[in-house]
Design a binder for this molecule. Structure first.
Ligand code: HEC
Length: 104
């Protein structure tokens, strides 16, 4: 067993089945103003999200907050599910100005 890493542990939640079509719409409405899936990570308003699932938090060229860098999260559907409900609560000190999604 690898030593336990400090940080936010993966929550034990049941993530409802996704709907990629609906997800795309939500993304365009709520996330697209800041996030893109490609582009220059150093000048972007928010981290590039391509390949986010399975990637540790805070490792692209984006200038993250310390909170994000030290969160210890490796993004999974469970982490994303809880994070997107209330980002600043899930990662205190986050500098992502987004209150959270109301509905699943
Ligand atoms: C107002 C701009 C803004 C909006 C809107 C926004 N974000 Fe973010 N997001 C950011 C910023 C800035 C960060 C980096 C936060 C930090 O470093 O503290 C971030 C970080 C993230 C991360 C972590 C990235 C990484 O590389 O670890 C994910 C995942 C994410 N956002 C997903 C979303 C999703 C999905 C939505 C829509 C539901 C969304 N964000 C809406 C600005 C935004």
């Amino acid at each position: 067993m690898p030593p336990k890493k400090k940080g936010i542990e993966e929550p034990k939640v049941d993530v409802p089945n996704g709907d990629a079509g609906a997800g795309r719409e939500v993304f365009d409405q709520h996330c697209g103003a800041c996030h893109a899936f490609d582009g220059d990570e150093k000048t972007a308003a928010a981290p590039i999200l391509a390949g986010i699932v399975g990637r540790p938090a805070g490792i692209t060229g984006f200038k993250y907050s310390n909170a994000m860098k030290k969160s210890g999260i490796t993004w999974s559907d469970k982490h994303l599910f809880m994070f997107l409900k209330a980002p600043a609560k899930y990662v205190p000190g986050l500098k992502m100005a987004f209150a959270g999604l109301e509905s699943e």
